[in-house]
Structure formats: C-alpha cells, structure tokens
Design a protein around this ligand. Structure first.
Ligand code: NDP
Length: 296
C-alpha cells in the first residue's frame, strides 16, 4: 500500500454517512480548517454533487452494512492519504414504532447499519491507528443513547449499543494512545425525521396510541423544527478533535443536557427506593469466608 505521510494536511478524516445532515456538516467544517476528508455514503454521486472535487477530498461509495466494501474503502483512503487520524462513525437512521409493532426484519436492518456497520468500519480503521499509536474514533450516538423512550425504543437500543461499544473502546484504546468519544446529539435539524431517512413501522396497534402513537405524531411536528443546528454541532466536533484530552462522552444540545439530568435523578431516586433489596443478594460475609477457605 502506498503511504504518503508528507501530504500537507493537519488531519485526515473518514466520515460515514457524509452525503447530508450531520456527516456532511462535519466534513465541510473539517475541509474549511484545511484538513483532508474521506467522505462516504451509499451513493458516491451524491457526494460528488455536494462536495465537488479537491485534493483534500476523497468521495467513496460505502454502504456500511457491506464489510468487504468497508475494507476496500479504508484501503482506498490509506492509499490516497497514507493515514486516517479521525474516524467519524455517523451513518445511521431511526426506526419509529412501538417495540412490539416493529418486525424482526426492520430491527435486523436497523442493527445492520447502526451497530454492525459501525463495527465493520471501526475494525477496518483501527489497525492503522494502532500501528501509529494515534487517532480518534468518534461514534455518533444520540440523546436516545442516554434515555430510551416509547416509539423509538429499538432505535435507542442501537444507540445504547454504540455507547457500550465506545466505553469499551475508550478503555482498550487509551493505553495505545488512541481516543474514543461517543457524541450524543439531541434533536438536530437534518433529514433524520423525514420520509427519506426515517423508517416507520407500518404495523400500528391501537393499544399503543397514547405512547408510541403519540410519538409518531410528535415526530411529524418536530421534523424540520428541531432546536439543534448541525453547523454548530460540526464546530463542537472541531473543538473535540482539537482537545489533547477529549472526553469519553460529548452531549450536544440543551435537550440532551436536560435528558441526562432527568435520567440521573430518576436512577438515583429508584436506586435509593430499592437499595435494601439490591444489597440483599450477596452471599453473607461468613459464608463467603468459609467458601474462600474451602477453595484455597
Ligand atoms: P440524515 O438522514 O440527514 O443523514 C443520514 C446519513 O446516513 C446519510 O448521509 C445517509 O447516506 C447515511 N446512511 C444511512 N444508512 C447508511 C448505510 N447503510 N451506509 C452508509 N451510509 C448510510 O440524518 P442525520 O445526519 O441527522 O444522522 C446522522 C447520525 O446522527 C445518525 O447516526 C443518527 O442516528 C444520529 N443522530 C441524529 C439526530 C438528529 O436529530 N438529526 C439526533 C441524534 C442522533 P446515504 O443515504 O446517502 O447513503
């Protein structure tokens, strides 16, 4: 593989799902500060249309659910720029519907993109970062990775997976000099809630009218009225990669901040109420000592 570390870019990024929304804004901000960016999405033509051509840019077709294509894309990125400094696992979409309303196929497809796709790309990029003992993996989670909710339960479960994967990556990669951060955006004004992006379970069960059904309605109202500005989100990500000590988690948006506060308060309250039961399930100290002596 040709590597050319003398190329004049301060950083080389690889961003999945960069054709629009958050991924495109991060790519534009990185290009504006003089970095090189490998922009990827399922349809390479949409990338060329949005970004044009430049020495700092490599547009590549990449469906993250296709592991072979992922390896090929990472190879092409290394061939062109010699390294990947920042990986942004951004490709993803939402599934709207109650847990019971969603079919096995809908759920499998969702996990294929939001979880297994992220893992494909991460596995392909990490060997290069480990070899250089440098790099930053940024995984885009969600407010829904902090707190799950009616109507978005399965989507949130994929983001809980992203949180768990990133926490472990952070622990495993820090000793190797590689950073891992999970970014938790609230509602940002992109096509996320629009018909081209959001999957909606066609099965509607009347019993869920007041929970998931109400969220189906709310999603229509919120679409294109979200409080979060993806351009400002991209600026926050530029600050994140510039930090010598990036955080494990970066919540973005006042709605995420509120969700975190509510979740912490709820967990504290519920844990306090059930503390006695929670603490009652260990073997008694005497029994533990006797067991330790028996197996010693
Ligand atoms: P958009 O729908 O605007 O963009 C989604 C991007 O993901 C597109 O570029 C799309 O590219 C890409 N994508 C979807 N499936 C695949 C796939 N299989 N392989 C490769 N690319 C894929 O949504 P956002 O920009 O808002 O979403 C980006 C990320 O942010 C997602 O992970 C989402 O879950 C997360 N997020 C968004 C929030 C919001 O309010 N906007 C809130 C919290 C999290 P293409 O279709 O061209 O291939």
């Amino acid at each position: 593989m040709t590597t050319n570390p003398s190329l004049p870019f301060p950083r080389v990024w690889m961003i999945t799902g960069a054709s629009r929304g958050i991924g495109a804004r991060i790519a534009e901000a990185a290009l504006a500060q003089g970095d090189a960016v490998v922009v990827t999405a399922r349809n390479a033509a949409s990338l060329e249309k949005r970004f044009g051509q430049s020495d700092a840019l490599l547009p590549l077709a990449l469906d993250v659910t296709d592991e072979a294509q992922t390896r090929h894309a990472v190879g092409a990125a290394l061939e062109r720029f010699g390294r990947i400094d920042v990986l942004v696992n951004n490709a993803g979409y939402g599934l709207l519907g109650a847990v019971e309303e969603s079919t096995a196929d809908e759920v499998r497809r969702l996990y294929d993109t939001n979880v297994f796709g992220l893992l494909h790309v991460t596995r392909a990029v990490l060997p290069g970062m480990r070899a250089r003992r440098a790099g930053h993996v940024i995984n885009i989670s969600s407010l829904g990775g902090v707190q799950s909710s009616a109507g978005f339960g399965l989507y949130c479960s994929t983001k809980f997976a992203v949180e768990g994967i990133t926490e472990a990556l952070h622990a495993e990669l820090a000793p190797l000099g590689i950073h891992a951060t999970v970014v938790e955006p609230g509602y940002f004004r992109t096509e996320f809630l629009d018909t081209g992006s959001l999957a909606v379970s066609p099965q509607v069960l009347d019993d869920y009218a007041q929970s998931a059904g109400a969220v189906r309605e709310a999603a229509r109202r919120i679409n294109l009225n979200q409080p979060g500005d993806p351009v400002r989100l991209a600026q926050a990500v530029m600050q994140l990669v510039a930090s010598p000590t990036p955080p494990l988690r970066l919540p973005l948006g006042t709605d995420t901040l509120q969700t975190i506060a509510e979740k912490h308060a709820f967990v504290e309250r519920e844990t306090a109420q059930w503390r006695a039961v929670a603490a009652s399930t260990d073997f008694p100290a005497q029994e533990r000592e006797a067991h330790a002596q028996r197996v010693a």
